[in-house]
Design a protein around this ligand. Structure first.
Ligand SMILES: Cc1ncc(COP(=O)(O)O)c(C=O)c1O
Length: 362
C-alpha cells in the first residue's frame, strides 16, 4: 500500500478522476467513494434530495427497484413508473406521465438493467425529463453500462451518474464512482437528507487536495487506474463497438443453442445477455453442471429466479472466451438431453461478432 495522504496517491486519484470524466463525457466532478455500487446510489440520493421531495423512479427491473427503495428509505416521496421486466422504458410514456403530474424534484433512471439484460434509451428519457415540468434532476444508475456502452453525461443532460470499479472498468470491487454535474452539485447545498460518510461536500473538498476524506480502498484504486488507462488507450468508440460486437456474438450463440432471448433486439444490453430457460430445465442442477465444467453464469433475480440465465460480457472479455463459454453451455445442454450443437453455437458467435465489427467500421 501507499500512503493515502502522500503525493503518489494524489497523482493516482487525479489521474483516475480525470480519465473517468473523459470516458463518461463530463466536465463535472468525478468522486471516488470506498463502497460497492449500491453505496454510490445511496450517496447520489442523500447528496441531492431532502425528506419529502417528490421523486419519480422509472424502474424496469431489480436494480431500478433498489434505487427507488434507497430514496424511500431516506424519506423521499417515491412514485414508481414501472415497466414490465424485460422491456426498456418508453420516453413517450415518461413524457406523458411527467406532463400529467405535479413537478418532481428528481427522476431516477437505470442505464443498464443487469437483472434483465435490458439497456434503457437514457438520452431520450433524459430529454423527456427536461421537456417536462419543473426541471427535475436526472439521477442515473450507470453501474453496469458505463464505460462499455455509449454514454455522454453532459451532452445528454444527466445530472449525476453512478458506476462501480468491478464493472466495465475491470478492477476489483470496492470503489463507487459518482460523476456529479453542476445542477446536482448545486442541489447538494440545500439537500437535507442525513449524510456523513457519503457527503459529497467533504469528498470534493479533499479531492481538491488529491485525497479522500476517509481511508480509501487503495488497492482497488491501483486496479481502477489500470482499467481507465486501458480504456483510454482503446478509445471510447472502439470499446463500445467491441462490447456491441461481443454481445451480438453471444446473442447469436445463444439463439443457435435454441434459447430465446429476453430482450427485444433494440433493447439488448452490450454488457449482459439474459435468455429464458427452457420450460422443463431446472436451473439448480443445470447451473451446477455448468459450474462443474468451469462455466460460471448468473441466474435470475427476484421473480425471475429459476426462469432465466444471464451471460456476462463486460470489460476484459474477448470473443474467443465467449465462444468457448457457449460451447461449454451447449455441451451441458446436450448432457441434459437437449438437441444443442455446441460447435454451431461457437461458430455463430464468431460470425456475428465479425459482422458487427465490420458494420461498425463502415
Ligand atoms: C445496474 C446495477 N445497479 C446496482 C448494482 C449494485 O451494485 P453493487 O453490487 O456493486 O452494490 C448492480 C450490480 O450488479 C447493477 O448491475
Amino acid at each position: 500500500m501507499i500512503d493515502h495522504r502522500g503525493v503518489e496517491f494524489s497523482e493516482m486519484l487525479r489521474e483516475i478522476s480525470a480519465g473517468l470524466a473523459e470516458l463518461i463525457g463530463t466536465r463535472g466532478d468525478v468522486l471516488l467513494l470506498t463502497a460497492s455500487g449500491t453505496g454510490g446510489l445511496e450517496a447520489a440520493v442523500v447528496n441531492t434530495l431532502s425528506p419529502g421531495d417528490r421523486v419519480l423512479s422509472v424502474t424496469i427491473g431489480a436494480f431500478g427497484d433498489r434505487f427507488a427503495r434507497i430514496a424511500g428509505a431516506f424519506g423521499a416521496e417515491v412514485e414508481r413508473l414501472e415497466v414490465a421486466w424485460g422491456s426498456a422504458a418508453d420516453p413517450a410514456r415518461l413524457a406523458a406521465h411527467l406532463a400529467a403530474n405535479p413537478a418532481y424534484r428528481a427522476v431516477l433512471l437505470t442505464h443498464n438493467e443487469t437483472s434483465t439484460g435490458v439497456t434503457n434509451p437514457v438520452h431520450e428519457l433524459a430529454s423527456a425529463v427536461h421537456g417536462g415540468p419543473g426541471e427535475p434532476l436526472v439521477l442515473v444508475d450507470g453501474i453496469s453500462g458505463l464505460g462499455a456502452m455509449p454514454f455522454e453525461m453532459d451532452a445528454w443532460g444527466i445530472d449525476l451518474v453512478v458506476s462501480a470499479s468491478q464493472k466495465a472498468w475491470m478492477a476489483s470491487p470496492g470503489i463507487a464512482i459518482a460523476a456529479v454535474g453542476e445542477r446536482a452539485r448545486a442541489a447538494g447545498e440545500s439537500a437535507r437528507m442525513p449524510r456523513v460518510y457519503w457527503d459529497f461536500g467533504e469528498a470534493r473538498k479533499w479531492a481538491a487536495k488529491g485525497q479522500t476524506p476517509w481511508t480509501p480502498a487503495v488497492s482497488v484504486l491501483f486496479g481502477l487506474r489500470a482499467g481507465v488507462r486501458r480504456l483510454a488507450a482503446e478509445g471510447r468508440e472502439r470499446t463500445w463497438a467491441r462490447h456491441a460486437a461481443i454481445a451480438a456474438g453471444v446473442q447469436a450463440g445463444l439463439a443457435a443453442l435454441g434459447l430465446e432471448l429476453v430482450a427485444a433486439p433494440g433493447d439488448r444490453s452490450s454488457t449482459g445477455t439474459a435468455a429464458w430457460l427452457p420450460d422443463d430445465l431446472e436451473w439448480a442442477p443445470f447451473n451446477a453442471a455448468m459450474r462443474a465444467r468451469g462455466l460460471i453464469l448468473a441466474g435470475g433475480q427476484g421473480a425471475w429466479v429459476g426462469r432465466i440465465l444471464r451471460f456476462g460480457h463486460m470489460g476484459d472479455v474477448g470473443i474467443d472466451e465467449m465462444a468457448e463459454a457457449l460451447r461449454v453451455m451447449g455441451e451441458t445442454l446436450a448432457q441434459f438431453g437437449r438437441a444443442a450443437d455446441p460447435e454451431a453455437a461457437a461458430r455463430a458467435a464468431h460470425e456475428a461478432f465479425g459482422a458487427s465489427l465490420a458494420a461498425a467500421a463502415r
